[in-house]
Write a protein that binds this ligand. Structure first.
Ligand code: FAD
Ligand code: MG
Ligand code: MG
Ligand code: MG
Ligand code: MG
Length: 548
């Protein structure tokens, strides 16, 4: 079975990057990286280019610090402060790492080739097509907005994915205010122009609502006197709570803060269509359909797969899937030498129950057909590394040791046969969770993969392998393991909520300062760090700019 292969592969070190032949390749291997977002940049940043001929392809020649995009929509931070040119990121190694400003239009997996198109908007030269060959391909193209095919969304809504989106939103907010103060407008028209609707109560939508509220109440109402009473911000959320991926305490805190601030939260509503001046939604509980006139809508409801990735998935037999599946070493399932990281892919974690027979036979050293506690103990560490759901299961069930699984009703340790073993581990997979589409995951995957590639050549030269990347078993590379470092939700009014490791939740003004310091320290360069901090300072002293 597939399970058998997976476990024994792991035991014998056949990870995708293990040594295929022991000869040193005199020619550098060609490596192509698609994308300059969180995943692509963190991969390239640490990659040792002396062993690979690296080409990076992306339609954007800069990296954008997405967590600060909501701040750009209201001018709290300037757009140029959160972007860093890719050429300056790889500067030290330019010549070794080459960059092409182009979009990959097709991945040809069978011929190990990609096709690209270069388009320069500000140049009269027509777009140019070219192709590149690869030995290794790293796909880090991120995801695209997901409209769920809702009519009118593409035409009438704003999105917040790219720097240009944030700049457009900023202009559009000002336009709404300028329109509302034109002569001869009825109150109803003013109300419509100043109704800001956010579809999606996830972190981006909530943060934008909070930023917009502060911007309006701290800066704009002073510049547009008399319109304050017509302003309204609404958040439409299909679920029961906003920020539902966060701890309940944070969700509740955000909802309370929003209701105090007058931000209306409409939960349990699904948008069915958007026209040029109103948004139609269905209230799930009653089935009632109603239309809300609006001035501006931000659509922020999750992400979808890009067409180039969809097409690639069809080529490699993943056409039936929603997201590109990769294994725990971040290699695309069913496609050797192609890796995918960040929002464009999802780790397809193996289920322990599918591998139960092979785990049992590896553990049962004396082939007795039963497993003693000692035999189980000897493989526990391997199991925990290979199946991260085991640790989560232990945590949620307050177990000190996996050995506790093999206890009978009286709490005595017992010897089990294969059926007993299967039933003992039956519920472990219930803790399987897919990783969130966040910068944190993307960056950690990029770092992990570059570490593997960096020591791959070292391993070839020295088949014993570098000790530091060896696990407790005899496998070459440990599977990727995500380490959650917590997440923030800025809520406006100099308040934020944070979920930190160890189930620690912190909310309020001090958390906002923690947010400032973490986000300043996470900047990719001292240049952007200085710019961001000076933007914050400028905003504290002079308020935000309102020319649009
Ligand atoms: P991206 O960063 O989107 O990068 C994709 C790259 O691929 C881009 O350079 C793009 O130009 C390029 N590309 C696209 N198509 C092609 C193609 N055909 N060929 C070649 N290149 C291509 N995460 C957090 O952890 N914390 C936060 O606070 C946070 N806040 C966020 C706020 C906002 C407003 C948004 C939009 C996202 C936020 N995220 C946050 C999520 C985070 O930005 C994403 O998870 C992260 O960017 C994913 O990284 P990625 O490299 O997979 O994709
Ligand atoms: Mg990327
Ligand atoms: Mg990015
Ligand atoms: Mg992902
Ligand atoms: Mg035995």
């Amino acid at each position: 079975t597939g399970g058998m292969v997976a476990y024994s592969e792991y035991k014998t070190g056949n990870s995708p990057l293990s040594i295929e032949n022991k000869h040193m390749d005199p020619k550098k291997k060609k490596m192509v990286v698609l994308g300059t977002g969180w995943a692509g940049i963190s991969f390239v940043k640490d990659l040792d280019p002396s062993t690979y001929d690296v080409k990076v392809v992306s339609p954007r020649n800069y990296f954008a610090f997405t967590p600060l995009l909501p701040s750009v929509t209201c001018g709290t931070v300037e757009a140029r402060s959160i972007v860093e040119p890719i050429r300056s990121i790889v500067k030290k190694r330019i010549g070794e790492i080459k960059f092409c400003e182009a979009e990959c239009t097709k991945i040809d997996a069978a011929n190990k080739k990609i096709h690209c198109r270069s388009t320069f908007e500000n140049s009269p030269v027509p777009s140019r097509d070219f192709s590149l060959e690869y030995d290794y391909l790293v796909i880090a193209v991120g995801a695209q907005v997901n409209t769920f095919n809702t009519p009118g969304v593409m035409e009438h809504c704003h999105f917040l994915k790219e720097v240009e989106d944030a700049q457009r939103i900023r202009k559009s907010v000002i336009d709404c205010f300028e329109q509302a103060v034109l002569p001869d407008l009825s109150e109803e028209e003013k109300r419509k122009n100043l109704h800001f609707v956010i579809v999606g109560g996830g972190p981006t939508g909530v943060e934008f609502a909070a930023e917009l509220h502060d911007y309006i109440h701290e800066d704009l109402v002073k510049l547009y006197p008399g319109v304050q009473k017509f302003v309204k911000i609404s958040v439409i959320q299909s679920g029961d709570h906003i920020l539902n991926t966060f701890d309940e305490r944070i969700s509740a805190f955000a909802e309370t803060k929003f209701s105090r601030d007058g931000i209306e939260v409409l939960t349990g509503c699904r948008v069915v269509s958007v026209s040029c001046d109103s948004i139609t939604m269905k209230i799930k509980a009653s089935g009632e359909v109603c239309a809300l006139p609006y001035g501006m809508v931000l659509w922020s409801t999750g992400v979808g797969t890009r067409p180039v990735v969809k097409d690639f998935m069809e080529q490699i037999g993943q056409g039936h899937r929603r997201v590109l599946a990769i294994d725990e070493w971040l290699q695309v399932k069913g496609c050797k030498d192609v890796f995918a990281i960040g929002d464009c892919a999802s780790v397809d974690q193996r289920k322990i129950i599918d591998d139960i027979t092979s785990i049992f036979s590896v553990a049962d050293k004396d082939n007795s057909g039963t497993l003693t506690i000692q035999e189980f103990q000897d493989v526990i560490d391997d199991i925990r590394v290979r199946y991260p759901q085991v640790d989560l299961y232990m945590k949620t069930n307050h177990m000190q040791s996996l050995r506790d699984l093999l206890r009978d009703a009286e709490g005595n340790e017992m010897e089990v046969d294969i059926e007993g073993f299967r039933s003992a581990l039956l519920h472990v997979d219930s803790q399987l969770k897919s990783l969130p589409a966040t910068a944190q995951v993307a960056a950690q995957q990029g770092e992990y993969l570059s570490r593997c590639f960096n020591c791959l050549e070292e391993c070839k030269a020295n088949p014993e392998g570098p000790r530091r990347f060896r696990g407790s078993g005899d496998h070459m590379f440990l599977p990727f393991r995500y380490k959650h470092l917590g997440q923030f939700a800025p809520l406006g009014g100099e308040q934020a909520a944070a979920e930190l490791p160890g189930d620690w939740v912190s909310m309020g003004h001090s958390t906002q300062w923690l947010w400032y310091s973490v986000y300043a320290s996470k900047q990719v360069s001292w240049r952007t760090r200085t710019l961001v901090v000076s933007d914050w300072t400028r905003r504290f002293i002079f308020g935000r700019d309102s020319s649009g």
